[in-house]
Design a protein around this ligand. Structure first.
Ligand SMILES: Nc1ncnc2c1ncn2[C@@H]1O[C@H](COP(=O)(O)OP(=O)(O)OP(=O)(O)O)[C@@H](O)[C@H]1O
Ligand SMILES: [Mg+2]
Length: 318
């Protein structure tokens, strides 16, 4: 095993008793200190994969090693080294923030003065001091997610597994949680494997991404490299007057048929670097006496990547 790999997944499969083949032989590695994201439509197999990594679900075939420990045969060692926050947060409603954290510290076998020390550390790390004596149902959704993280981190795990950590949060709380996860990575060297439905989140947070569809990894790379597979930038020109036949022919001659796409109220030109090419392209278009009322540079987005590999738009995902 490569020493840097915290997670090694080989030919992993999951068939549920119902017959559903949820994961169909996937392979990936996660390096120490990486944030590795899984992006995929509903039912792609993300939760199933994360649960197998977290020893919560049996593997049908293949293997998962976490810090060298086999998830199937060394499940206790795996559990000592991972923290897990589930898709549906299920927090106890009858205790305060401090009590819940202390309960989990004790579950991990800490005793005596160590309990209080760990609780304090956890409250500080997750910025929860001001809520320590509040009852859990009184907390906002964002604070509950932070508490979820606090609970999954009490034993200093090396790997954190997060299933859709920000689903249901408003944008401000979502951004807060992103900085918190970055802090855990940068200050504590924690490795994170997470699923998400949000392209922005994948882009802001993940060092590498696996796009999963119907139980298979259809693409895996850094967000930047994935976007490069889509191709060039485009410049969009909004028209105040539709193009004439002659203008379309002139545009095709100038930019090449493959680089041009024309519609009633706008047309686009494909270029290597949109921002750099914008002015020169605009000059040529004005010389052709085309009436333009606005321009926009369109860069390939992760949404385009997602569409290319899954045939679906991320925005369609609830
Ligand atoms: N306990 C189960 N028993 C039988 N089938 C299941 C079970 N859990 C999930 N499945 C099925 O396995 C497939 C993968 O589901 P999974 O929950 O892993 O997808 P997901 O990528 O996490 O989706 P979502 O984005 O909706 O959370 C789906 O077809 C789902 O219906
Ligand atoms: Mg899921």
């Amino acid at each position: 095993m490569n020493e840097d790999n915290i997670v090694v997944v080989k030919d992993l499969e999951k068939k549920y008793k119902s017959g559903t083949h949820a994961v169909k032989g996937i392979n990936f590695d996660v390096k120490k200190g990486e944030i590795f994201g899984m992006l995929g439509p509903n039912g792609a197999g993300k939760t199933t994969t994360l649960q197998m990594m977290g020893t919560l679900l049996n593997i049908t075939s293949g293997e998962i090693k976490i810090i060298g420990y086999d998830v199937a045969s060394d499940s206790n060692q795996v559990r000592e080294n991972i923290g897990f926050a589930l898709q549906e947060a299920g927090l106890d409603s009858l205790s305060t923030v401090r009590e819940l954290i202390a309960f989990h510290v004790k579950l991990f076998g800490f005793r005596g003065s160590e309990i209080e020390e760990r609780v304090e550390q956890s409250l500080s790390l997750l910025d929860l001091h001001q809520y320590s004596d509040q009852m859990i149902p009184e907390l906002s959704g964002g604070t509950q997610r932070r508490l979820d993280l606090a609970v999954s981190l009490v034993h200093d795990p090396k790997l954190l597994i997060l299933d859709e950590p920000t689903t249901g949060l408003d944008p401000a709380h979502r951004v807060d949680l992103w900085s918190l996860l970055k802090k855990l990575k940068n200050d504590k060297g924690i490795t994170i494997v997470m699923s998400t439905h949000y392209m922005e989140e994948a882009e802001a947070l993940c060092d590498r991404l696996a796009i999963i569809d119907s139980g298979e990894i259809v693409a895996m790379d850094t967000p930047q490299k994935l976007k490069k597979t889509i191709g060039k930038d485009r410049i969009e020109f909004k028209l105040s007057e539709s193009l004439s036949e002659e203008q379309i022919i002139a545009l095709k001659n100038k930019f090449g048929n493959d680089n041009l796409s024309t519609k009633e109220s706008f047309f686009t030109v494909r270029v290597d670097d949109g921002e750099e090419a914008l002015l020169d392209t605009l000059k040529i278009i004005i010389q052709m006496e085309i009436k333009v009322k606005g321009t926009k540079v369109l860069r390939p987005s992760l949404d385009d990547v997602y569409l290319k590999y899954t045939g679906k738009r991320l925005e369609d995902v609830p």
